[in-house]
Design a protein around this ligand. Structure first.
Ligand SMILES: [Zn+2]
Length: 412
């Protein structure tokens, strides 16, 4: 929120400093929506031109924005959309540890991807060390590459599945990885050594929801992501629903079939057992099929599956249909309860494309009481498997947008 100076001459320099710091943050956050001229910033935020010029100047000094208006002073033509977030200067590093892969993504202030690296992983459920070693190696390589290009790394946020304590960085329970009470933030920080950026940990689906919300441009959204686990997030009035115990979004553990398959959570017939990645793969192929080879890159395997479906392979088409029908069952329930403007299908669902989407839309429309599903728009994610790592990187950058003065970068 914008704060105006009272000008009462109270002499409270500290208070004025806090106001200016807040206003610098307001201008920087406004630029997250896109480049603006100083006049536009002034109009949009209701600040005098002279104040905007000072605040923009401060952000230029901090190395967080570029100001072509200043560069073009004295030049010809009307300057427009001249103030922009500075590309490549500072980034957040997001890391996702999933059952199938580890992914590292660096986003800069304008939200552009500076680095996107991933490695398949075959977890040893009895020993988490190999997974953490591989994660630390990927993060260390990313830090080296980013520093070599002169990009400052603000921090590292790791997206982990299951119940995660954000305050302590401990993964309380991740059933699909076999982790319980694992101090993930500490373990990674120890491996990265001194001088590494601060490491934090959050829930993968929650971070994926943050990323999807940022690109969806709607105030209410339901995100459902499919990997081996199925989870999601709920956004209402542009606010992520955390819940009383910060564990909202365990959409995969709605028991929809009391006589269904056993779930790692201890229940039977959870949504996850019906529409999770493992279930789709077992519907679509035998255990020895390359589609189910854990050592191969998951996105390459899914491309193989969609190619088979496109070619009319009966087993694959049936598998997609069955997943779509069960997705419709769970989503119909959720849309009736939550009435979101948009449902985003992420993870492997987004890779199954139009055949899955059209069937799910029909199922949801048939199950939601409001006419035409209340106008709810079911979409495939454009971020796919990158959503959690992108959301993680964005939450790192939130620190910069909240307090730019604490995160200046040298201006070359
Ligand atoms: Zn379950």
């Amino acid at each position: 929120m914008l704060t105006a100076g009272s000008g009462t001459g109270s002499g409270d320099a500290a208070a004025r400093g806090a106001i200016r710091r807040n206003n610098v943050s307001v201008v920087l956050r406004h630029l997250r929506r896109g480049a603006r001229s100083r006049t536009e910033i002034s109009r949009d935020l209701g600040l005098p031109n002279s104040t905007v010029s000072k605040l923009v100047g401060e952000l230029v000094e901090l190395g967080l924005v570029t100001d072509d208006e200043r560069r073009r002073a004295g030049g010809i033509g009307r300057p427009h959309q001249a103030v922009a977030l500075r590309a490549g200067a500072r980034c957040g590093l997001g890391v996702e540890i999933s059952v199938n892969y580890i992914r590292v993504i660096a986003l800069d202030l304008p939200g552009d991807v500076l680095l996107d690296d991933r490695a398949p992983v075959d977890h040893d459920r009895r020993n988490h060390r190999a997974t953490l070693d591989l994660t630390a190696d990927l993060v260390a390589a990313a830090l080296t590459a980013l520093r070599a290009t002169g990009t400052a790394v603000t921090g590292v946020t790791v997206a982990a599945p299951g119940h995660v304590d954000r305050d302590t960085g401990v993964v309380r329970l991740a059933t699909n990885l076999g982790w319980s009470d694992l101090p993930l933030a500490t373990e990674l920080a120890d491996r990265l050594g001194p001088g590494a950026p601060l490491v934090r940990v959050d829930n993968d689906a929650r971070l994926g929801t943050v990323a999807e919300h940022r690109v969806a441009h709607v105030p209410s959204l339901l995100y459902l992501t499919g990997e081996v686990g199925v989870a999601g997030g709920i956004v209402v009035d542009d606010t992520l629903v955390l819940g009383a115990a910060h564990s909202a979004g365990e959409l995969g553990h709605m028991p929809l079939d009391p006589r269904g398959a056993a779930c790692p959570c201890g229940q039977r017939g959870c949504f996850e057992t019906m529409v999770g990645l493992g279930t789709f793969l077992s519907y679509a192929a035998d255990a020895t099929d390359p589609l189910r080879d854990q050592r191969r890159d998951l996105e390459e395997r899914l491309a193989l599956g969609t190619a088979r479906a496109a070619a009319g392979d009966a087993r694959t088409v049936r598998a997609v249909d069955r997943i779509a029908a069960d997705l419709g069952l769970g989503l119909g329930l959720l849309v009736n309860v939550l009435d979101p403007a948009v449902v985003v299908l992420g993870g492997y669902f987004s890779h199954l494309g139009e055949p899955l989407l059209s069937r799910v839309r029909a199922e949801v429309t048939g199950r939601v009481l409001a006419p035409h599903a209340g106008g709810c728009d079911v979409r495939l994610s454009r971020l796919g498997f990158t959503a959690a790592a992108r959301g993680a990187a964005e939450t790192v950058l939130d620190d910069v947008f909240t307090d730019p003065a604490a995160f200046g970068v040298p201006v070359p």
